[in-house]
Design a protein around this ligand. Structure first.
Ligand SMILES: C[S@@+](CC[C@H](N)C(=O)[O-])C[C@H]1O[C@@H](n2cnc3c(N)ncnc32)[C@H](O)[C@@H]1O
Length: 205
């Protein structure tokens, strides 16, 4: 079997997106109804896997656009027998804007999103001007956006956007969550590059 071979549909945790306009019924992806969280840009998914294993009473949807990475996470999640993890292979900005139901999420996790360091490429950053309002629309009241990055300039942009957005209060990232490091985080920290953490709680409706 080749390393990147996809699992058959009956075994795969990847939910195929079949419509470009109909919202995805996220709750219907799971057998148990329980709090629902979304991770954007899950990469190889080491964090995702640890998080899903540590939190069986939460449903987690991980979204990633690269086939090789999501296929790898699919195989790991399937092997671990996870019932609380489902995967989407898609472009995050489009899914956030058009395909997710509103007011359903307890948390959104965005860890080490591509920093696009050149100024002329900043427009490609996932955490850009529309992100706070898009995430606010998807979160339940009290839901939290968790952010991590190694990139100081991108971190400042994240803080500026969320501090300036109506309807969010800055909060702490819980220690048990911080303790689950991502693949990229592990690599950066091993090089002596620290993680910048931020978390913002949705207030009101
Ligand atoms: C730098 S990696 C970080 C991966 C993981 N979060 C970690 O911390 O190890 C960023 C990931 O986000 C994915 N990604 C970047 N932009 C995306 C987008 N617009 N939609 C979906 N995935 C995206 C990339 O393919 C990549 O796997």
């Amino acid at each position: 079997m080749s390393r990147n071979k996809s699992l058959p549909p009956g075994e795969s945790l990847i939910h195929p997106i079949t419509s470009a306009i109909e919202p995805i019924d996220l709750a219907a992806l799971f057998t148990t109804e329980q709090p629902l969280e979304l991770e954007l840009g899950s990469g190889d998914g080491s964090f995702t896997l640890q998080y899903a294993l540590a939190n069986p009473r939460q449903n987690i949807v991980a979204l990633e656009r690269l086939l090789g990475r999501i296929t790898k996470l699919d195989r790991k999640g399937h092997r671990a027998g996870l019932k609380n993890l489902r995967l989407l292979r898609a472009e995050a900005a489009y899914v956030l804007k058009y395909l997710l139901p509103h007011g359903m999420l307890d948390a959104i996790h965005v860890y080490f999103p591509d920093p696009w360091p050149k100024k002329r490429h900043h427009k490609n950053r996932l955490i850009s001007e529309p992100f706070p309002s898009l995430s606010k629309r998807l979160l339940k009241a009290g839901g939290v956006v968790y952010l991590r990055t190694d990139d100081v300039d991108y971190f400042e942009q994240m803080l500026e956007l969320f501090d300036g957005a109506a309807g969010f209060d800055r909060t702490e990232t819980p220690r048990p969550l911080k303790a689950l490091v991502t693949d990229f985080e592990q690599e950066f920290n091993a090089q002596g590059i620290p993680t910048n953490h931020a978390a913002y709680r949705k207030i009101g409706d």
